[in-house]
Design a protein around this ligand. Structure first.
Ligand SMILES: Cc1cc2nc3c(=O)[nH]c(=O)nc-3n(C[C@H](O)[C@H](O)[C@H](O)COP(=O)(O)OP(=O)(O)OC[C@H]3O[C@@H](n4cnc5c(N)ncnc54)[C@H](O)[C@@H]3O)c2cc1C
Length: 428
């Protein structure tokens, strides 16, 4: 018996690494046959694809050094684009309106100047936040459309605390300047996005993963906090003295023996997106023109497309290039079949002029049930009910889906580390 960690994503790996450093004995159980969770990757005929876009922009030296010593990175300036209705606008679109037709620019700028005035503290939902920040015309034609595609819900269904510095709010001078010419200034929330030179995104964790006892194909289906036992789908079970879980809250509430119905219900009310990844490899070196870009058109299913080979040439065979398109749905939506999504994605990207169908050397579609946490108006209440209960039965919940937070990888890593520190404190 010892510490059991559920899930070998970055949060679980970090918890395991930091506990072992303190001399604790740890076993990690993972339902898949490989480690990394959302930081993981897969390779098809020499084309490596991460699970969704993934760069690191960890701000603190401790984490930067761990990642960098595991795998040296390339710094990429965060230059990306927006596609809407045949026009390509540098990101952020509100700062680079110049390619749009004059009438549309005039309307956007007019509405920006006359945008509704409201104190931020009185804003009730994301729809209102967008109207107040950008004016009606831009809000309705850009972020409203993107919200439906990326979050799978209407903007009025979201609250606003998650926004933070993720969206740039320009002064009028920037909007005007950008309506005449493309701007060179970086308005993104980070200066550089870093990506490992070799081995795909998860190789930032190589040193931490080394030496950890990870048991694969071990899907947890039941947890008994009284007997301190976890049971797996294959019928086996394991005892623990301490339990750290990075499992999604809506899943863990279904597994715990004796959980009160109101806690289970709160966990199952938590909303999230799921995502398809359409991964495409090409025999041409130059298909990918942008590190990543956003698509606003509603008839084109992908919300975002990025290029694995522009992140690192190590992700493709020599002379080739690759794209991965991300398509999201809320957990309340009816998810279309993979074949339909693959077909729509290829057809539409061809129509956008990115490549010809016969140039595709590799095509793949796969699905992740948990992509993003949705910040609906009840998230904080429901999340607290579940986390309080887990705390009571001494299950320490970590990571993006264990804390039910909009964590970047460095935050999930930090959360795993914090949890190890806490346990160290308890043990002492
Ligand atoms: C579209 C998208 C783009 C992103 N881009 C970036 C980015 O550019 N930069 C960045 O820093 N962050 C990015 N993130 C966020 C980042 O992926 C997460 O913060 C981080 O990977 C979460 O790690 P985790 O360990 O908390 O969760 P996970 O990676 O989900 O790990 C949980 C693990 O638990 C396992 N598991 C689940 N259920 C069970 C079970 N029943 N039994 C056993 N094991 C189980 C899973 O298989 C998984 O391995 C992005 C996320 C998404 C969705």
């Amino acid at each position: 018996m010892g510490t059991v960690i559920l899930g070998s994503g970055i949060a679980g790996i970090s918890a395991g690494y930091h506990l072992e450093k303190e001399g604790e004995s740890v076993v990690i159980y993972e339902k898949n046959n490989d480690w990394g969770g959302l930081c993981g990757n897969f390779t098809i005929n020499g084309f490596r694809f991460d699970k969704f876009v993934h760069f690191t922009f960890a701000p603190d030296d401790y984490i930067i050094n761990i990642f960098e010593e595991s795998s040296p990175t390339y710094p990429h300036p965060p230059v990306s684009y927006n596609y809407r209705n045949g026009y390509w606008l540098k990101h952020p679109a509100q700062n680079n309106l110049h390619p749009l037709p004059v009438d549309e620019k005039v309307k956007i700028i007019e509405d920006f100047i006359n945008r509704p005035q409201k104190d931020i503290s009185e804003i009730e939902n994301y729809e209102e936040w967008l109207r107040v920040q950008y004016g009606n015309c831009f809000a309705e034609n850009f972020p409203f459309k993107y919200t439906r595609k990326y979050w799978g819900v209407e903007p009025k269904e979201l609250e606003t605390k998650w926004v933070g510095n993720r969206l740039h709010v320009p002064p009028l001078s920037e909007v005007l300047r950008g309506s005449y010419e493309e701007q060179t200034e970086n308005f993104y929330y980070t200066k550089f996005m870093k990506y490992p030179k070799k081995g795909g995104f998860r190789s930032i964790l190589n040193n931490c993963r080394k030496g950890l006892d990870i048991r694969f194909n071990k899907e947890v289906v039941k947890i008994n906090p009284q007997e301190k036992t976890v049971t797996f789908k294959d019928g086996t079970s394991a005892k623990y003295t301490r339990l750290i879980s990075s499992l999604p809250l809506p899943e863990i509430v279904k597994m715990i023996d004796g959980i009160p119905p109101e806690v289970k219900e709160a966990g199952q009310k938590l909303m999230h997106t799921s995502g398809y990844m359409v991964s495409l490899g090409f025999k041409r070196p130059d298909v990918a023109k942008h590190l990543w870009f956003y698509i606003y058109d509603e008839d084109i299913l992908p919300a975002r497309v990025y290029s694995p080979n522009l992140k690192s040439a190590d992700n493709v065979p020599e002379g080739c290039s690759s794209l991965q398109a991300e398509i999201f749905f809320s957990n309340k939506a009816k998810i279309p079949p993979a074949d339909d999504v693959l077909k729509n994605t290829i057809e539409k990207l061809v129509k956008m002029g990115l490549f010809r169908e016969e140039e595709i050397a590799v095509k793949d579609i796969r699905f992740e049930k948990y992509a993003n946490v949705i910040f609906d108006k009840d998230i904080y209440k429901n999340r607290m009910i579940v986390l309080d209960y887990l705390n009571k039965v001494r299950i320490e919940s970590i990571g993006r889906f264990g804390k039910w937070e909009y964590f970047w990888t460095h935050q999930a890593f930090q959360d795993g580390r914090r949890s190890a520190d806490l346990l160290k404190g308890c043990a002492g």
